[in-house]
Write a protein that binds this ligand. Structure first.
Ligand code: C6P
Length: 414
């Protein structure tokens, strides 16, 4: 691994990822499914094992040495996350099971109390179900109006549509920082400025952005931001809800039970302060502690360098895949403000058949509606193939994908 350079060699870095050395069906693994879950470097895998072997105890409870050391390591991850996203205070970082849980906390604990009948919630047409279903459910149960910001012919947010959607009754704008289907990166700071100008709050689904771009809460000035560790070289079952301190502080808790209380009597309860009010029960301790290593790993390469690498890879992939005449690509046609996610269909071939044949060549991609069903149905289909790259992918992987697609198509055309 190289440190603190603006560029890095993904071929060297791949050696940190044991799984990338394995074969699938006799072929070297070409992993192009990082938008679903990214692979983990040895440093993260080892740390999780080390926690199990030397540190395991519950957190914030007992006072013996193991418990104290585990709690300290757990809380060090909170400090690491807070500085990584440039939060104002460490208490603004709540550990969750993932982005889905984090967004549901905002819907249940902030929006249910602050958005009501006749109010409007503004979404985009490129939301993942995690930032769609909670709002649809809330809208149906509370008489709230939903409005959608359209995308333009290049799959980027249409600012005219955004301006039109922001009516005086808008209380919340819920938007993905990056689309898991299109790769589009949305201009969050500008959206937050416009939303705040009419007094609306902003919640951002950062699941597909935090792994790929520098994210800075004070710069973006959003009210809530959610992301998952497993998409950024960390363990599964760990996520983060960032919220501005005063908003989180005023919110009702999410789950109730152990560790989120200040005092309980037979008939009453007072809640703990932030962030523990939102962390009932025993968390994924080893996962949170190992997440620290994932952030160290990403930082050692540099988020700017990762973004630059993915930009280069995107430019290469867009040219290479764009040259295949039997392919329809869904997503921005250029590499700027875009992540390395490529959704497409091959004319006349079912996505699942394509994925199966790519898998036979050792190439891992995802098919389906990608938990963004209305968006994929708007393309006029029910499913696409999606290849998604990350810091360890190279142009060789894109070449392997393009070659394999060419073979698949020739076979079906014949
Ligand atoms: N998208 C994909 O293959 P969780 O499962 O809670 O860690 O993340 C949910 C989520 C929320 N928002 C976006 C934009 C996402 O992409 C995801 C997860 C995976 O696209 C699995 S469906």
């Amino acid at each position: 691994m190289q440190t603190e350079t603006l560029t890095f060699d993904p071929r060297v870095l791949r050696e940190d990822f044991p799984i990338l050395q394995r074969q699938v069906h006799g072929n070297p693994l070409v992993y192009l499914d990082s938008a679903a879950s990214a692979q983990r470097p040895r440093q993260v895998i080892d740390r999780e094992r080390e926690v199990g072997q030397t540190l395991h105890a519950n957190v914030h409870r007992s006072a013996h040495t193991l418990a104290n050391e585990t709690t300290a390591a757990f809380e060090r991850t909170r400090d690491r996350v807070a500085s990584w996203i440039n939060a104002t205070r460490r208490e603004e970082v709540v550990f969750t099971r993932g982005t889905t849980e984090a967004l549901n906390i905002v819907a249940r604990c902030w929006a249910e109390q602050n958005v009501g009948r006749g109010d409007r919630i503004v979404l985009t047409r490129m939301e993942h179900h995690a930032n769609l279903v909670p709002w649809i459910r809330l809208a149906k149960s509370h008489g709230i109006e939903l409005a959608y910001i359209d995308y333009d012919s290049e799959y980027r947010l249409d600012f005219e549509s955004l301006e039109k959607s922001l009516t005086p009754n808008t209380k919340l704008v819920a938007v993905a920082h990056a689309s898991n289907v299109l790769g589009t990166v949305n201009p969050i700071r500008e959206i937050a400025e416009r939303a705040h100008a009419i007094g609306a709050k902003v919640v951002v689904d950062g699941a597909q952005a935090a792994p790929h771009l520098p994210v800075d809460m004070q710069d973006l000035d959003v009210d809530f931001y959610a992301f998952s560790a497993h998409k950024m070289c960390g363990p599964t079952g760990v996520g983060v809800l960032y919220g501005k301190y005063d908003l989180l502080d005023a919110m009702e808790p999410w789950m109730t039970g152990g560790e989120m209380i200040q005092h309980v009597s037979w008939f009453d309860v007072s809640y703990a302060g932030l962030p523990h009010k939102f962390e009932a029960g025993t968390p994924h301790i080893a996962g949170v502690i190992a997440f620290h290593k994932a952030l160290d790993y990403l930082d050692s390469i540099g988020m700017e360098a990762i973004a630059a690498h993915e930009r280069e890879l995107s430019a290469y992939a867009l040219e290479k895949l764009g040259a295949l005449p039997f392919l329809t690509l869904y997503g921005p046609p250029d590499a700027d403000n875009r992540t390395a996610v490529f959704s497409f269909n091959v004319h006349g071939v079912y996505p699942d058949d394509i994925a199966q044949m790519l898998d036979a060549d050792g190439i891992a991609v995802r098919t389906g509606h990608h938990c963004a069903q209305p968006l994929v149905e708007a393309f006029g289909c029910s499913s696409t193939v999606r290849a998604s790259a990350y810091l360890y992918n190279t142009t060789d992987d894109i070449d392997a994908l393009a070659d394999s697609l060419q073979r698949v198509y020739s076979l079906f055309a014949a």
